[in-house]
Design a protein around this ligand. Structure first.
Ligand SMILES: Cc1cc2nc3c(=O)[nH]c(=O)nc-3n(C[C@H](O)[C@H](O)[C@H](O)COP(=O)(O)OP(=O)(O)OC[C@H]3O[C@@H](n4cnc5c(N)ncnc54)[C@H](O)[C@@H]3O)c2cc1C
Length: 455
């Protein structure tokens, strides 16, 4: 479906992660001519993984939500919706004090049955609906900076105030730990409220978490097939040209320098790279934004296992007080044509922040060995079933208190600069929230803004 909006204008998209691919895909559909620059030989960015003896070894935490509508729509547009969806539903269990209890933290009835909180904290759950209604008008996953006025309190203070510390430790902290880690005392409550909204916590029809039937990377690959991608091409610098437009300097896989000109640029390479590639174009307020950006290390261990534990995929969560180096793990039984062969299972363990930080300077082998040891402690005997394993390491954005206020300033500068004619746009999870759906939404937002400016 090509429209005339783009009038064949040339757009450079820097980065072929989910945010960049989403932006490029959408721009092409609107009639722009997108060229995607990707430093690596493969697309997908941090959604990468690899096949190993019929097992898909994820490089990141693989759980999606049934309300991840942007990803679902994109998959359908690419004609692979039926291959990836519907999600395989996950059954969730909380392991506390050596006892594993099935939990449903998304419905208030389910939340009230989670063991751990004091009895007087349970009725406080009823406040959830009223609070979410009060905040709803500020919560928009595509424009998270709209909630900047709420960004003066941490998740810990918010939850302790309204729901009590027991509900923090056993209900909400485990619900968000796979997305934002363990630092609830620093995490902005806006990040938590946006996540609660995405999960539909307390609503009549909350999201159901699940696993895609095929690797999410296939979404990136399907998009890439329709796009012009310059692989193994590292962008080193972006400059504004005196007559308008931008000059992109890049080095390709053969070490050749490659300079080209574009009418507009979407920068989707991750915050640190974005700040340095575009350093010459940044206003002081933009420079401050990139300098203040916070990230945390994320570590996952993907393990191919002999045998099947149960017919359904399940997630096992450990509250912080359990002392385990693992915060959550998912086990997925195999199925024909899926990510895991029949008769086998795939496990992905997500490390606690403290573990990821403590081992951040160590080699992959040492980290994998230690995480495997922690896995053996929570699942005794598992080592004997391991066929192969793969460590995933990366950095993910962290939205401490104040992040959304800085984001609001950054987005205001973008509006001002665009009004003055600068056709430079940003996409990436650091602008919207950690995770695949947020990355896709940020790409869509960049494409929308660009298309509007050229209209
Ligand atoms: C180990 C791990 C665990 C994770 N766990 C979770 C989790 O539990 N929950 C969660 O919500 N999210 C998690 N994520 C995060 C999730 O994967 C990301 O939010 C999402 O994939 C980000 O997509 P993006 O497009 O914004 O960035 P990226 O995927 O990083 O894409 C950026 C692309 O730009 C390319 N690039 C960089 N520099 C240049 C350059 N100079 N020139 C050209 N190209 C360049 C990169 O190669 C990359 O392909 C995890 C990630 C990792 C790695």
């Amino acid at each position: 479906m090509n429209s005339v909006t783009g009038l064949d204008r040339r757009v450079a998209v820097l980065g072929a992660g989910l945010s960049g691919l989403r932006a490029a895909f959408d721009l092409e559909r609107r009639g722009f001519v997108a060229t995607v620059f990707e430093a690596r030989s493969e697309v997908g960015g941090r959604a990468r993984g690899q096949w190993c003896a019929g097992h898909w070894m994820d490089g990141a935490w693989p759980v999606l939500g049934s309300r991840d509508r942007s990803l679902a729509r994109w998959a359908r547009d690419l004609g692979i919706g039926d291959a990836l969806l519907p999600l395989r539903p996950l059954q969730t269990t909380l392991r506390s004090n050596g006892v594993a209890v099935p939990v449903d933290g998304l419905s208030l009835r389910g939340a009230s049955q989670i063991p751990g909180p004091r009895f007087w904290e349970r009725p406080k759950l009823l406040r959830s609906g009223r609070l979410m209604q009060r905040y709803a008008k500020w919560l928009d996953p595509m424009f998270p900076e709209r909630a900047a006025d709420l960004d003066y309190r941490s998740m810990r203070d918010h939850v302790a105030l309204y729901f009590g510390r027991g509900n923090l430790e056993f209900w909400l902290a485990p619900e968000i730990q796979a997305t934002y880690g363990d630092s609830v005392e620093e995490l902005s409550r806006v990040a938590m409220l946006l996540k609660m909204q995405a999960l539909g916590i307390g609503e009549r029809r909350p999201a159901s978490p699940g696993l895609p039937r095929r690797p999410l990377l296939e979404l990136a690959q399907a998009a890439a097939e329709r796009l012009n991608i310059l692989r193994e091409t590292v962008v080193t610098r972006v400059d504004e040209e005196p007559a308008g437009g931008f000059r992109i300097e890049a080095i390709d896989g053969a070490g050749e320098h490659n300079d080209s000109s574009f009418d507009a640029v979407v920068v989707a390479v991750g915050a640190e790279q974005a700040g340095s590639i575009c350093a010459r174009l940044l206003a002081p307020a933009e420079r401050d934004f990139f300098q203040a950006m916070q990230e945390r290390p994320a570590v996952t261990l993907s393990v191919a296992l002999e045998g099947v534990d149960s017919g359904l995929p399940s997630e096992l969560r450990f509250p912080q007080s359990s002392g385990s180096a693992i915060s959550s793990l998912v086990i997925e039984p195999g199925q024909p044509g899926g990510r895991v062969p029949e008769g086998r299972s795939q496990l992905v363990a997500l490390a606690r922040d403290a573990f990821a930080q403590r081992w951040s300077d160590m080699s992959d082998d040492v980290v994998a060995k230690n995480l495997m040891h922690s896995l053996e402690l929570v699942m005794p005997g598992i080592r004997g079933r391991v066929l192969t394993s793969r460590l995933g390491r990366g950095r993910v954005p962290f939205f401490a208190v104040g992040s959304y206020r800085r984001l609001a300033v950054f987005q205001k500068v973008q509006r001002d600069r665009r009004a003055l004619g600068r056709r430079l746009y940003w996409a990436g999870d650091y602008l919207s929230g950690s995770g695949f759906e947020s990355a896709s939404l940020s790409g869509l937002r960049a494409a929308n803004a660009l298309a509007r400016d050229f209209e």
